[in-house]
Write a protein that binds this ligand. Sequence first.
Ligand code: PMP
Length: 304
Amino acid sequence: MDKAKYIWMDGKLVAWDDAKVHILTHTLHYGNGVFEGTRAYMTENGLAIFKLREHTKRLLNSAKITRIKATYSLEELEAAHIEVLRSNNFTSNVYIRPLIYLGYGIMGLNHVQAPVKTAIAAWQWGSYLGDEGLENGIRVKISSFARNPVSSTMGKAKAAANYLNSQMAKYEALEAGYEEALLLDKDGFIAEGSGECFFIVRDGVLITPPNDTSLESITQATVLDLAREAGIPIERRRITRDEAYIADESFFTGTAAEVTPIKDIDNYIIGDGKRGPVTKQLQDAYFDVVYGRNPKYKHLLTFI
Ligand code: PMP
């Protein structure tokens, strides 16, 4: 990891190597903690966090869903993000990881008695699925694991516990020689990647599933806005695996994954087996937005 100098922990800037927790930290045992993945880009005018408000709102909603009483307000959390970025003097793009977790004090499943703790870490990080993937596409495997069903898991929360499902799917895909997993829901329709939302293009129409069994993705919303603005027809509907196999183009979106083309799913070559024209158009438009090159979207950036 590219260590930074400080991590924000409950109001204090703590040296990176000293940002530690007790072994009986509640979240470590039972998995009830919520987090975000947020990015800051090095724009012409310095470092800027993309959609800080949306990410912070989702963090607080995740806490509400999982019955964790957050101890900091939206405004306080936003200020803490800015503080941790300022204190670290970053020189390139940054990934930010806020975490609300249950600390040391009690054991057992009645989590409401555990102390609520908050931390925000940030470090310099490049592309999640690789620069090569961003340009030429990645290979994806449909997982043997179904996405957590809504009847048992609350997927609107970006909760640590939900990610065991993603981790197992990712492991399986990597072990089979692919770069990312694509999970179906319990009925066999495409849900999402292990940490990304899924899109296809067919006959010029951009199609992405509703967020029934996926996270309410912030990047997916940005890409849909950009597509709407470019006059690309959009459909929000379920996608089957065979429809994905015969798509003209396919890509993943996510804060970490950005807009990553998919060149192959289960060894079916998608389109020409490289980044397609609609994917490239939306990827370019996305990078223009996050790097502050599109004045219409500058209000989504929080300059540090
Ligand atoms: N689905 C899952 C399971 C994720 O972890 C992520 C990453 N946060 C996404 C989708 C994409 O969400 P976003 O665009 O808000 O980063």
